[in-house]
Design a protein around this ligand. Structure first.
Ligand code: C5P
Length: 420
C-alpha cells in the first residue's frame, strides 16, 4: 500500500519514526511529509533513511513532477501523526501553504489524524470544534491516549502507541493494496524523431600496434559513444556502433542495453576507418565519438621487439593517420549526410578549450562538433560529461551537461534539426 505519513511539529514526532518503521516492516511504501516545525524535532535524514524515499516540506520542490498533486492522488492512505492543534486548525481552514496541507487537499483516500497535545489544548472549544468538523468531512481522528504528557502533567492528549495508530489506520483500507509502489512511475515517451534513420557511431579508442603485443592507445572508455548509440536507438534510429576497444563494463552495456544496435569491433585506426566508411555509405548520420590516434608506428614488425642487453630502445617512428572525420565531412559518402565529431580539449596559453574547439570545427568541416574539456578526472572514463555544441563555423548551437545519456540526447536534438 502507498502511505503518506504526515508529521507535524510536536514532541511526539519521535513516535512517527517508530510508526514509519512499523509500516515499512509490514511491506508498505511510505513517503514522509513533515511540516517545517516537525523538522525541529526529527531531521530529514532519519525519515529518508527509514522510508527510502525523498523527503520535502515544500510545494516548490520537484515542481515539474507536480508532487503535491501526484502524491495526494497516488496515495492509498494518509496518516498524520502527530497532528498538532495548529495543524488541525489549518486543515479545517483548507490552507495549502506547505506540501502536507496541499497534499491533503489533493488526497481522495482515507485520511487518519492522530492528535497529540496538552489536555488543555485538546479540551479547548476551538480544537473540539475542529475535530468535529474534520470528522464530519470524513477524516478519521483517532482519540488521543491518556497518560504522561511532555512535562509532569498527565491526561488525555498523548499520542497513541505506533502499533495502535497503525492498526486503526490500516483497518480503514483494503489489504489487497499491500505492495503497490508509492508513486506509479510516469512514463515519458522518448521522442521518435530518428525513426527510419540510419546512424553510424564510432566509440572507444583506437590502438596502434607497435608490434604484435604492444600498442599506442588512449584512455577513452567508449561510454559516451555507447550512450549516443542507446539514445539514438531509443529515438527510433537503426544504429551501427563501430566499437574500438571498449572498456569491459561498457561492452556489457551494449550487449545488455535495452536498445538493440549492430556492433562492429575494431582495434586500429585503419580498421575503424574501413568499418565507418563501409557502414556509413548509406547512413543519414555519422558520429565520430571515438578517440582516434593521430599517429601510428610507421612499421609494425611481425615479431615482438626484443630488449637487447646493453642496447637502448630503438626509436618508434610515427606517421600521421588519416583524419577520418575530416575526410567524411569533406567527401560526404551520401548527399545530405550529417557528420558530427567530438573535440576533447584542454585549455593552454594559446587559447581556451572553446577556442581550440572552434578552430577544430572550422578545420574539420563537420556539421557539428561537441567540444568537451578533458583531463583532471573530466571527460574520459567518467560517468558524466559536459559539452558545448558548435556548428561548422564554430558558432555555439547548444550546450549540455549531466550524464553521458543526457549529453547524448542533447546532441541528437541538435542533429535532428539538421536532418531533412
Ligand atoms: O583532431 P582531434 O583528434 O582532436 O579530433 C577529434 C575528432 O576527430 C573526433 O570526432 C575523432 O573521432 C575524429 N578523428 C578522426 N580521425 C583522426 C583523429 C580524430 O576521425 N585521425
Amino acid at each position: 500500500m502507498r502511505i503518506l505519513l504526515g508529521v507535524t511539529g510536536g514532541i511526539a514526532a519521535y513516535k512517527a519514526v517508530l510508526l514509519l518503521r512499523l509500516l515499512r516492516e509490514q511491506g508498505h511504501a511510505v513517503r514522509v511529509i513533515p511540516t517545517r516545525a516537525a523538522l525541529e524535532f526529527v531531521g530529514v535524514p532519519t525519515f529518508e533513511a527509514l522510508s527510502g524515499e525523498p523527503v520535502s516540506t515544500e510545494v516548490f520542490d520537484d515542481v515539474p513532477g507536480v508532487q503535491h498533486v501526484a502524491l495526494g492522488k497516488g496515495a492509498d492512505l494518509v496518516i498524520v501523526a502527530p497532528a498538532t492543534a495548529d495543524f488541525m486548525a489549518r486543515a479545517v481552514a483548507g490552507l495549502a501553504d506547505d506540501l502536507l496541507t496541499t497534499t491533503l487537499l489533493a488526497a481522495r483516500c482515507p485520511v487518519v489524524f492522530a492528535p497529540a497535545m496538552h489536555t488543555e489544548m485538546w479540551d479547548h472549544p476551538a480544537t473540539r470544534a475542529n475535530v468535529t468538523t474534520l470528522r464530519e468531512r470524513g477524516v478519521h481522528v483517532i482519540e488521543p491516549a491518556s497518560g504522561r504528557l511532555t512535562g509532569v502533567d498527565t491526561g488525555p492528549g498523548r499520542l497513541p502507541e505506533p502499533e495502535d495508530i497503525a492498526r486503526e489506520a490500516l483497518s480503514l483500507v483494503q489489504p489487497s493494496l499491500v505492495g503497490r509502489p508509492l508513486v506509479e512511475p510516469v512514463e515519458t515517451p522518448e521522442p521518435r524523431d530518428l525513426a527510419g534513420r540510419r546512424v553510424v557511431i564510432s566509440a572507444g579508442g583506437t590502438r596502434e600496434p607497435i608490434d604484435p603485443v604492444r600498442f599506442i592507445g588512449n584512455r577513452s572508455s567508449g561510454r559516451q559513444g555507447v550512450a549516443l548509440a542507446q539514445a539514438a536507438a531509443a529515438r527510433g534510429a537503426d544504429v551501427t556502433l563501430v566499437a574500438a576497444n571498449l572498456a569491459a563494463d561498457v561492452t556489457d552495456q551494449v550487449i545488455a542495453g535495452p536498445q538493440p544496435c549492430s556492433v562492429v569491433r575494431v582495434e586500429s585506426t585503419a580498421e575503424l576507418r574501413d568499418a565507418v566508411r563501409a557502414a556509413g555509405a548509406d547512413a543519414d548520420v555519422i558520429m565520430m565519438a571515438a578517440a582516434v590516434a593521430d599517429f601510428r608506428p610507421a612499421a609494425t614488425p611481425d615479431a615482438k621487439i626484443k630488449k637487447v642487453p646493453g642496447q637502448g630502445p630503438a626509436p618508434i617512428v610515427l606517421v600521421e593517420n588519416p583524419d577520418i572525420l575530416a575526410e567524411l565531412a569533406h567527401e560526404r559518402l551520401r548527399a545530405g549526410q550529417v557528420v558530427v565529431g567530438f573535440a576533447a580539449e584542454t585549455g593552454d596559453e594559446s587559447g581556451s578549450v572553446l577556442d581550440h574547439g572552434r578552430t577544430k570545427a572550422r578545420r574539420k568541416g563537420a556539421d557539428l562538433i561537441a567540444v568537451n574539456a578533458v583531463g583532471a578526472g573530466r571527460g574520459f572514463g567518467t560517468e558524466g560529461n559536459e559539452v558545448t555544441i558548435l556548428d561548422g563555423t564554430g558558432d555555439v548551437v547548444g550546450q549540455a551537461s549531466g550524464s553521458k545519456r543526457e549529453v547524448a540526447d542533447a546532441l541528437w536534438d541538435a542533429v535532428a534539426k539538421l536532418l531533412p
